[in-house]
Ligand binder design. Structure first.
Ligand code: CIZ
Length: 317
């Protein structure tokens, strides 16, 4: 009998599920993870959905298949639980574009402004912020604030999108970005769209303004999956975000065509950090209980306050 790569993957996936049951663990995976990792997860979603899943789980162990700040947020919302990140190399260029020092400098420049920080940031930066947001709730979070002067960090594209929708707010925007989104240009995406008659463009708000302007829908990754239903006549969708999302889109809508807005199979719309976790890492993570994500008490309390304020915007609705 020949043992194929598929057999090996299936064995590994079965072992992961066995370990997760034995250890009362929940596996959370972001929409950008590799398809085989999404398949073994209990929940797959965007930052907001996964934060909510992390908060309501009764599991004692959370294995977070995403990038570091996501596992850190799960830990902040569940300080009594053990949170594991299967590969410590899973960082985030956007989160690294702002530090506690650079935020302190911006806060000094804009002392009257309320600091709204995108969840794609370190715990230290969250702790220095008034409130957090995700791409799914950035507009409603800023709208909910009594303050009119906002310092939005760290993603400049998301900040511009929020500011455009809330003209009554004076939004100062920090200069960070996600390279996997910022690389895309409108001219490139328009060429892809025009090659398919009637194609609909769905974009993530981390994309540049020229992409946002041509998009038929702008949403978080989970919002993008749901947005397809708003266009029942459309057969082809041009997707402006990281290539990992294609797995959920094709699974949920097997009769539709999804193509990436850069026209190639994710060679540019690719986050190397999101792809550092493989099934072997998840299996080891569960077996050895590595790598535990910890946050110091003082920073945890500050970051939790900013995250809880964000979650309250949903509760209050
Ligand atoms: O999943 C998304 O939409 C991303 C990349 C961020 C978020 O805020 O959820």
């Amino acid at each position: 009998m020949t043992i194929t790569r598929t057999d090996m993957k299936e064995d590994l996936a079965a072992e992961i599920r066995r370990l997760a049951r034995a250890k009362n663990a929940v596996i959370l995976a972001h929409n950008y993870q590799m398809p085989e990792v999404q398949e073994i997860a209990d929940h797959v979603g965007d930052s907001l959905g996964l934060s909510l899943d992390a908060r309501k789980t009764s599991a004692s162990l959370i294995v977070f298949c995403g990038v570091h700040f996501m596992a850190e947020s799960a830990r902040i919302l569940n300080p009594q639980k053990k949170v594991l990140l299967p590969n410590l190399a899973a960082g985030c260029s956007l989160a690294d574009s702002i530090t506690a020092e650079s935020l302190a400098e911006w806060k000094e420049r804009y002392p009257e402004h309320t600091v709204v920080t995108y969840i794609n940031s370190t715990a230290e930066v969250k702790a220095m912020s008034d409130i957090c947001c995700t791409s799914a709730n950035a507009v409603s979070v800023v709208r909910s604030l009594a303050a009119d002067r906002i310092l939005f960090t760290p993603d400049r594209n998301l900040g511009r999108w929020v500011a455009k929708q809330l003209p009554g707010k004076d939004v100062v925007i920090y200069d960070g970005c996600c390279p996997a989104h910022d690389v895309l240009r409108g001219a490139n995406a328009a060429k892809v769209r025009d090659s398919k008659k009637g194609a609909i463009v769905i974009a993530h708000p981390e994309c540049r303004e020229d992409i946002i302007e041509m998009a038929d829908a702008v949403c978080s990754t989970s919002g993008m999956i749901n947005a397809v239903e708003r266009f029942p006549e459309a057969r082809t969708f041009v997707i402006a975000t990281e290539n990992g999302i294609l797995h959920q889109l094709r699974k949920r809508y097997p009769d539709r065509e999804f193509i990436l807005a850069d026209g190639c199979i994710g060679c540019r719309l690719n986050c190397p950090y999101m792809k550092c976790i493989g099934l072997e890492d998840v299996e080891r993570s569960l077996r050895e209980e590595v790598f535990e994500v910890n946050v110091g008490a003082e920073i945890l309390a500050g970051a939790r306050r900013a995250l809880e304020r964000m979650l309250a915007v949903h509760r209050d609705r």
